[in-house]
Design a protein around this ligand. Sequence first.
Ligand SMILES: [Mg+2]
Length: 248
Amino acid sequence: MTRRPLQALTFDLDDTLWDNQGVMALTEEGHYAWLDESLAAWLATRGESMLGQFAERLPLEAYQQRRRELAERHPLRRGNFTWIREQALCGLLEEFGLPRSAARLWSLAAMERFHDLRLGVSPYPEVTTMLDALGRRYRLASITNGNLALRRLALSRHFEVSIAAGEMHAPKPDPRCFLMTLARLGTTPERAMHIGDSWQEDILPALRLGMQAAWIAGDAPHGEALPAGVHRLTHIRELPALLERLGE
Ligand SMILES: [Mg+2]
């Protein structure tokens, strides 16, 4: 039986279309430091400095610990990082001594800052031209577990469908986010390829559904032969050549 040609490509975002690590570290530290400074200034103008310095009493590690606890206590929401962060910040601010209403406002403001910093990602230089060309041939979608405000990035224009899987309580490797994406693109698993860097969250679920998969493996060691339908790439820029080799 000859395989029918691909109709759709679905892309992971973080560490597939850009290097996420540096931006994430800056974002993590940056929004917490912003909260610490802005809150201190606000308290000073109100003559309430006796509460002390927020991040001295509740350092970044306390925030990270609180997020882990929340994710454990709310397994359904474990992939909804924005919710977890907001709840954690609000709880810490109350513990610090703010009334609930102020804690809520400050946690929302800190998350605004978080999203601004998070948008500092730089797609690899080849990505825009590549998506432009692929978009003329295939229907394109993105599926991320991350909480990046994708709509605010110019890159989002390439994707007909963009799924924030964590926020729909079905983070990858849950097959539902893939199935929903394919349904919205009006195609079937065997006529789609998923492209991502995580073996567990991108490649395995795509394979189980019967999609083709391109694994952005970077310099991961070469182990046993890959299952049929999985193609190994070092970098996203190699995708067009792969599609050509496959006769797509
Ligand atoms: Mg990724």
